[in-house]
Design a protein around this ligand. Structure first.
Ligand SMILES: [Zn+2]
Length: 164
């Protein structure tokens, strides 16, 4: 997933923004550009606390109703962003029709090659470096190197035995 800044893509039929309080700040310059250009847009706000959050079923319905040529911007915390991205992709938004901008701590799941347990590693937003340090499996205590082999089935990167 990219960590790029949101960029205004001109000449779309309509602009869709799905975001929360912090994400709104990230998307602000794109929203400004859309408003200044007098282009149609819709903004769905996902509340900060879990109680007043727009249910995912509503988000799903909203996205399903959109026509071809609409452009989607999503800016949310990484873990929420992942599920919304999957949802949007299932509905049919391609990478050319959407931008996803995550913020905050990024969680990476690491799959242990020995015990098949998942260890969650938190990455700081600032670390551009993709490479993760060696981690210790929290289930069997094995020292793991994190590969770039990603299993979408397990939503995790494969951890293999770190060189001794
Ligand atoms: Zn393990």
């Amino acid at each position: 997933m990219n960590t790029e800044k949101a960029t205004f893509i001109p000449d779309k039929r309509k602009y869709l923004f799905l975001t929360d309080q912090k994400g709104l700040v990230i998307l602000q310059h794109v929203i400004d550009a859309v408003v200044e250009s007098n282009l149609p847009f819709e903004l769905v706000f996902i509340g900060g606390s879990s109680e007043d959050e727009t249910p995912q079923t509503d988000v799903s319905m909203w996205l399903s109703q959109q026509k071809m040529g609409n452009f989607l911007y999503v800016s949310l915390q990484w873990d929420k962003l992942d599920s919304i991205k999957r949802l949007a992709e299932d509905i049919g938004f391609s990478n050319e029709e959407a931008q996803y901008i995550g913020y905050g701590e990024k969680k990476t799941n690491v799959f242990c090659c020995r015990c098949h347990g998942i260890t969650v590693v938190r990455e700081k937003e600032t670390s551009e470096e993709k490479e993760l340090p060696e981690i210790r499996c929290k289930h069997c205590d094995l020292l793991l190197s994190v590969s770039d082999h990603y299993s979408s089935l397990r939503d995790a990167y494969l951890g293999y035995v770190a060189k001794l």
